[in-house]
Design a protein around this ligand. Structure first.
Ligand SMILES: Cc1cc2nc3c(=O)[nH]c(=O)nc-3n(C[C@H](O)[C@H](O)[C@H](O)COP(=O)(O)OP(=O)(O)OC[C@H]3O[C@@H](n4cnc5c(N)ncnc54)[C@H](O)[C@@H]3O)c2cc1C
Ligand SMILES: NC(=O)c1ccc[n+]([C@@H]2O[C@H](COP(=O)([O-])OP(=O)(O)OC[C@H]3O[C@@H](n4cnc5c(N)ncnc54)[C@H](O)[C@@H]3O)[C@@H](O)[C@H]2O)c1
Length: 446
């Protein structure tokens, strides 16, 4: 006799969404989480990152305001006071989750789970059984072997009690670009150490290069081709050395070199669950693993590692298993995403190179525009926003939209709806502009 209808391993974005949706459908659910409720996103990801980004945007706006004629200056951020405020916000999210979990009668167990069989989990000496088990244990930060105890990762960044004076950040993906931008805006000297020749390898190349240009102009040192090979502690701080001999010394060294699925404690073999070469649990389009009754959602799978994707996968799965919707499954096409850089970069659909590769040069038409947003121009700044539309076929269907500049983070969501609906360039042309905004440039591109 099962103890539950569903056992969910991991109380992060994907696990909570699955548990709540299943409980709403009437399932008896156990949710296991050994650490803080909310997982990466709430505790050491999206939420604290966005709080720091908002503070950094304000710092930049303060400097702009002084240029525009406002008296006085904002001064430096009182870091500990702001962190306390950030953590209060996060605690309110924890409380909200706990309340919903209680109201729905989900059994919350503050322990890590381990498979004994595909239907049986052991947690803290307790044995739980269910015909359906969902693995939503997320991922954890990687660091090179030679750097085991030197420097911090993104988890360590959120534990900093002061803004570093000099920061070196190794990496070129989301985390590296975001932390570099916000630390620089908050007053740190920043070196961004990029192994390859460009930032954000999975984004449209032109827009990533433009962001690099804006960082360089702002004084954030982006060092391309810096293949970090060694790190050591010196009297002057932490020193990293590249394979070609270049060196950078900083007070705070941050590794942002990617993440690895977190399956350490699970004993997946006992359940017969297989993983790919990167350690992701292999799932089909229905989130099913190789073991009957065992499913996986979120960062522990190879789906895009974004909170809304983990949530959507979990909800679809719960609807399918307990909501009488046998056809429901994750649709991960045209996932919009924003890099919270300074300025932000938003992207949905294919980059130009990707579109040319998929459809051939003849079928692809690209429209782009670069302009100074009004606030920048008023302050005599030179930074340009950039918008690129990648269209395919005779009817110029919008296959990709990429925006870099003030407001890109908020303007993308609505356009993502249009892209998902299959909008064509002619539909954008037929939409009246909202003047004067940056968003209007998307529908005014010629
Ligand atoms: C610095 C940073 C910034 C980010 N910013 C954004 C952003 O702005 N927007 C965005 O969409 N995404 C962002 N992400 C990505 C986002 O945080 C993840 O995609 C999302 O949290 C994945 O959710 P998940 O449920 O798969 O895993 P997680 O949220 O990582 O949750 C997994 C949970 O499982 C628990 N667990 C582990 N092992 C076990 C076990 N054996 N038993 C039970 N529980 C276990 C862990 O303690 C953890 O709480 C960011 C990530 C980072 C690192
Ligand atoms: N705004 C957002 O939505 C947001 C923000 C942060 C993270 N995330 C999610 O979390 C995931 C993880 O982010 P991330 O930045 O940790 O990983 P990532 O995979 O985006 O980037 C890691 C980067 O590190 C580089 N790298 C790997 N090993 C290296 C080494 N030894 N030296 C130098 N560089 C090395 C890789 O080339 C890669 O560019 C992202 O892919 C994203 O899905 C999303």
């Amino acid at each position: 006799m099962s103890t539950h209808d569903l056992i969910v391993l991991g109380g992060g974005s994907g696990g909570i969404a699955t548990a709540i949706r299943a409980a709403r459908h009437g399932a008896r659910v156990a949710l296991l989480e050994p650490s803080l409720i909310g997982g990466t996103c709430v505790n050491v990801g999206c939420v604290p990152k966005k709080a720091m980004w908002l503070a950094a945007e304000l710092a930049q706006a303060g400097r702009l305001a002084a240029t525009l004629g406002f008296a006085g200056s904002l001064g430096r951020l009182d870091w500990p006071a702001f962190i306390a405020r950030r953590q209060r916000y996060i605690e309110a999210i924890h409380a909200g989750y706990r309340q919903r979990i209680d109201e729905l009668g989900i059994e919350m167990i503050a322990a890590a789970g381990r498979f004994e069989t595909a239907q049986r989990i052991v947690a803290d000496g307790r044995v739980l059984e269910a015909p359906q088990i969902v693995v939503a244990t997320g991922s954890r930060p990687l660091r090179p072997r030679f750097a085991a105890n030197l420097g911090i990762d993104s988890d360590g960044f959120f534990a900093l009690d002061a803004c570093p004076r000099r920061a070196a950040i190794v990496g070129s993906g989301y985390v590296a670009v975001e932390l570099a931008g916000l630390l620089h805006a908050l007053g740190a000297e920043v070196d961004l150490l990029v192994r390859g020749d460009r930032l954000l390898a999975h984004f449209d190349e032109e827009i990533a290069r433009r962001l690099t240009g804006l960082y360089d102009t702002a004084g954030l040192r982006v060092r391309a081709g810096f293949d970090t090979a060694a790190a050591e502690e010196t009297a002057d701080g932490l020193r990293v050395r590249a394979a070609d001999g270049r060196e950078v010394t900083a007070d705070t060294l941050i590794w942002a070199v990617g993440r690895r699925p977190d399956t350490r404690a699970l004993d997946l073999q006992a359940a017969g669950v297989t993983c790919d070469a990167q350690g992701h649990i292999v799932v089909d389009a229905w989130q099913r693993t190789s073991a009957a009754g065992v499913h996986a959602v979120g960062d522990v799978t190879a789906a895009p590692a974004l909170t809304p994707v983990a949530i959507a996968a979990g909800r679809a799965l719960a609807d399918r298993l307990f909501g009488g919707q046998p056809e429901r499954r994750l649709d991960a096409a045209d996932v919009p995403t924003v890099i919270f850089s300074h300025p932000p970069l938003g992207s949905v659909g294919l980059g130009e190179a990707e579109a040319r590769e998929r459809y051939g040069d003849a079928a692809v038409k690209v429209y782009s525009t670069a302009f100074r947003p009004m606030l920048t121009a008023l302050a005599d700044g030179q930074a340009r926003s950039f918008i690129k539309l990648v269209c395919v076929g005779e009817e110029e269907r919008i296959a990709g939209l990429h925006v870099l500049g003030l407001g890109a983070d908020e303007l993308l969501q609505g356009f993502a709806v249009a892209v998902k609906m299959g909008a064509r360039k002619a539909d954008f042309d037929a939409t009246m502009a909202i003047h004067p905004t940056s968003a209007e440039e998307v529908v005014l591109i010629e």
